[in-house]
Design a protein around this ligand. Structure first.
Ligand SMILES: Nc1ncnc2c1ncn2[C@@H]1O[C@H](COP(=O)(O)OP(=O)(O)OP(=O)(O)O)[C@@H](O)[C@H]1O
Ligand SMILES: [Mg+2]
Length: 157
C-alpha cells in the first residue's frame, strides 16, 4: 500500500496538515493516530476537527481521562483516546458499534492498541518525534486523505 510522508516543523504546521486531511476525508471514516507521547496526535486531531468545521482548535483537548469527546452538530466527529483503556471490551462499552454505524469521523489516539476493533478500510496516521519541533507524519489508507497532504513536501513510498 502506498503512503504519504510529510514533515512538519511546528505545532501550527501540524494543525494545518490536519485541516488539509479533513478536506478529503471520506464519510464515515476511522482515523487511527499512532505515535508516542508528545508526538502530536492531539495536535493533528485539532486541525482535523477544525477542518471539518466541528470545533476550533482551542476547544479540542486530550480525551485522556474522559476517553471520548464529541464535536459538531450534523457532521459528527468523535475524538477518542485509548491510552488508559485496558481492553477492547471497555471500548465497546463506550458504544463503539453505534459510532461505527453512524456517518461520523472517528479520530482514535493509540488506536493501534486494539486493531481488531477497526474496519479494514481505516486510515492510519503515524507520527514520529524527530526533533523538538519537527515531526514526521505518515498517512496510509484512503487515497483521498493522502491527497490532503502538502504536495511540495510529499513523497510517495
Ligand atoms: N511539528 C509539531 N507537530 C506537533 N506538535 C509539535 C510540533 N512541534 C512541537 N510540538 C509540540 O509537541 C506537543 C505535542 O503534543 P500532543 O498533545 O499533540 O501529543 P500527543 O501525541 O497527543 O501526546 P499524548 O500521547 O500525551 O496524547 C505539543 O506540546 C506541541 O506544541
Ligand atoms: Mg494526545
Amino acid at each position: 500500500m502506498s503512503a504519504s510522508v510529510v514533515r512538519t516543523r511546528s505545532e501550527e504546521e501540524t494543525i494545518e496538515l490536519g485541516r488539509r486531511i479533513a478536506e478529503r476525508l471520506p464519510r464515515p471514516a476511522v482515523v487511527l493516530l499512532i505515535g508516542e507521547l508528545g508526538s502530536g496526535k492531539t495536535t493533528l486531531a485539532k486541525g482535523i476537527i477544525q477542518g471539518l468545521a466541528a470545533a476550533d482548535p482551542e476547544e479540542v483537548s486530550s480525551p485522556t481521562y474522559t476517553l471520548i469527546h464529541e464535536f459538531g452538530d450534523g457532521a459528527r466527529v468523535y475524538h477518542i483516546d485509548l491510552y488508559r483503556i485496558d481492553s477492547a471490551a471497555e471500548v465497546l462499552a463506550l458504544g463503539l458499534d453505534d459510532l461505527l454505524n453512524s456517518n461520523a469521523v472517528l479520530l482514535v489516539e493509540w488506536g493501534e492498541r486494539f486493531p481488531q476493533l477497526w474496519p479494514e478500510d481505516r486510515i492510519e496516521i503515524r507520527l514520529r518525534w524527530l526533533e523538538e519541533n519537527t515531526r514526521e507524519i505518515e498517512i496510509r489508507g484512503a487515497e483521498e486523505a493522502r491527497h490532503g497532504t502538502v504536495r511540495d513536501r510529499e513523497q510517495r513510498l
